[in-house]
Design a protein around this ligand. Structure first.
Ligand code: COA
Length: 532
């Protein structure tokens, strides 16, 4: 064992300051997450309950095995948009009859559970996760279908939802629909395309067109029950496989369906693992409030990996990127973690080599971000920083082992890409409340804009208004800062959630367990041309 030593002074003023800053950010985060938990607000929640119905999260809780965790995904979806935080849908990974499943649940208290553009993005992301990791999916359906005022944003791309269901089925990944209420028009294809369908008696309404539309189209008089009631679908159309007495019965039946899937993960669960030697609580005091102050990511590694046991690779070379091997909840992982923020040529080459090694050995990779990007300047350009950064990006792009990313601090510029940012398809990507991500830092970006504007004015022979420039810089800085923050980025689905640093080991453990449902094999070759 190579147990990491810790130099964190938990009694010192810096630790206290970092901790206080992190706790402030966590409190802000909690306030925003509470909005998603509130759903459509008191009035609609009460109305829903008065109808004798369970809330989306209650349905999920009853579906899951007792006392098992639920890893909610994209809880802040739609944050900062015109739509309610949470995007009228709950998605996540939970355990049903011992099987890790991808679960989606419409929130019918938010505009009838109608799907807006952010609901769609959230559902697509949930599908991506389910599909990549081969997780059976369970859909708890009660929705007014497309959010009609925003139909132009969702109608055409939204069709992919149904395609995804049938493609999952074709890939042998089970799909289950439990219909609690409305599932009309396009929504009717959710049960239509799932492998297993359960409908709640006197509640489920599944039809292509409701009574008014049918009357308009053909003149036929009808009612909800004969057009799309659960009894009709169970006895006559055959769309429902199970007729449930009520919501509890429907969830019980869903659990029985999963119990009979004969589902087997690609890998056996590892034996119980030793916890880290250091307290997870101390993760609150590592990242400085000001991200320009560097911190040692080994302090983080020491608090998330099994036994704090970490074998570093090439510690003396490219020291501002820490690379090494560990286990997390019994799963082997390779870790790449930024130390001093900047990626130089040596760090980039070291990363490319390390990623290739992980692929040769079939070891998943964890990227811990705190980078301001690749080094700029004459010396570094002449030293080949572009080709070395390209090497790292080539390696991360063509790597075939599963990747996990956690944004702890800065994640700027192409450094975000090289460290397996969102566009590089990590299986999961989470941010800490301390994270910031953008093309560059706000001051740098505002400064660049100002220099460009000044040069442009000079080229045209025009005078430059320094006062206006200062105001513009301040405005741009503020805008970029706001757009770099984790809540904003999470709202846009650029991560899978903002997590409490203390939960990192648990969250990554759930992800590692889930991703071992699907077989994987590292790339033995197949990288692009490495420019030497
Ligand atoms: N798009 C936009 N808003 C919708 C919506 C939709 N598809 N469905 C419901 N809403 C809104 C309602 O206008 C209402 O808003 P308000 O409270 O500000 O007045 C709110 O959501 C709740 O709807 P309400 O009808 O009061 O809820 P309900 O629980 O009694 O009924 C439905 C829910 C879904 C059965 C009903 O709203 C409905 O039939 N919606 C239209 C369904 C449809 O045809 N969709 C097109 C599918 S492609």
């Amino acid at each position: 064992m190579t147990v990491l030593a810790s130099a964190l002074d938990t009694a010192g003023p810096e630790y206290a300051a970092h901790r206080a800053a992190m706790l402030d950010k966590l409190a802000e985060l909690e306030a925003e997450q509470a909005k998603a938990l509130d759903g459509g607000g008191e009035k609609y929640v009460r109305r829903h309950r008065d109808r004798g119905k369970l809330l989306a999260r209650e349905r999920i809780e009853l579906l899951l095995d007792p006392d098992t965790p639920f890893l909610e995904l994209s809880p802040l979806a739609a944050w900062g948009s015109d739509y309610p935080v949470g995007a009228s849908m709950v998605t996540g990974i939970g355990v049903v009859e011992g099987v890790e499943c991808l679960i989606t649940a419409n929130d019918p208290t938010v505009r009838g559970g109608a799907s807006n553009p952010w609901t769609l993005k959230k559902a697509f992301r949930a599908h991506e996760i389910g599909y990549a990791n081969r997780l059976p999916s369970i859909h708890l359906v009660e929705s007014g279908g497309a959010d009609l005022p925003s139909q132009k944003e969702i109608f055409i791309p939204g069709g992919a939802l149904f395609k995804h269901l049938t493609q999952s089925s074709a890939a042998g990944i089970p799909t289950v629909a439990v219909v609690f209420g409305n599932s009309t028009a396009g929504g009717a294809y959710v049960p239509g395309l799932c492998d297993h369908v359960i409908m709640v008696k006197e509640r489920a309404k599944v039809f292509l067109g409701g009574p008014p539309l049918v009357k308009m189209a053909t003149g036929e008089e009808s009612d909800d029950e004969s057009l799309g009631g659960a009894e009709m679908h169970a006895r006559t159309s055959g769309l429902a496989d199970h007729l449930a007495e009520d919501e509890h019965d429907a969830l019980r039946r869903a659990r029985r369906v999963v119990a009979r899937l004969n589902w087997r993960k690609a890998y056996a669960d590892p034996p119980p693992a030793a916890p880290p030697k250091y307290d997870a609580e101390e993760l609150l005091g590592i990242v400085p409030g000001d991200l320009r102050t560097p911190f040692d990511p080994r302090e983080v590694v020491a608090r998330i990996v099994d036994g704090s046991d970490f074998d570093e690779f090439k510690p003396l070379y490219g020291a501002s990127l820490v690379t090494g091997w560990a286990h997390l909840h019994g799963y082997p992982i390779g870790i790449l973690a930024n130390a001093q923020g900047v990626l130089f040529s040596a760090e980039s080459q070291k990363a490319a080599q390390f990623i290739q090694l992980a692929n040769q050995r079939d070891i998943p990779l964890l990227f811990l971000h705190n980078t301001t990007g690749y080094m700029v300047g004459k010396e570094y350009e002449q030293g080949g920083i572009i080709k070395h950064g390209a090497m790292m990006i080539n390696a991360v792009s063509n790597s075939r082992v599963p990747h996990l990313s956690v944004l702890m601090g800065a994640s700027y510029g192409a450094g975000h890409y090289g460290m397996c940012g969102r566009a590089y398809d990590p299986r999961f990507l989470f941010a800490w409340p301390s994270a910031k991500s953008a093309v560059m830092g706000p001051q740098q970006l505002a400064g660049v804009l100002s220099i460009v504007a000044r040069q442009s004015a000079a080229a045209k022979g025009k005078p430059y208004d320094d006062e206006a420039d200062a105001a513009l810089r301040a405005m741009v800085e503020q805008q970029i800062e706001a757009e770099s923050l984790p809540m904003f980025l999470s709202g846009r689905l650029y991560d899978d959630g903002v997590i409490d640093p203390r939960d990192t080991r648990t969250v990554l453990g759930i992800c590692l367990s889930a991703l071992h449902t699907a077989p994987y094999e590292g790339a033995r070759g197949g990288f692009g041309v490495f420019r030497m």
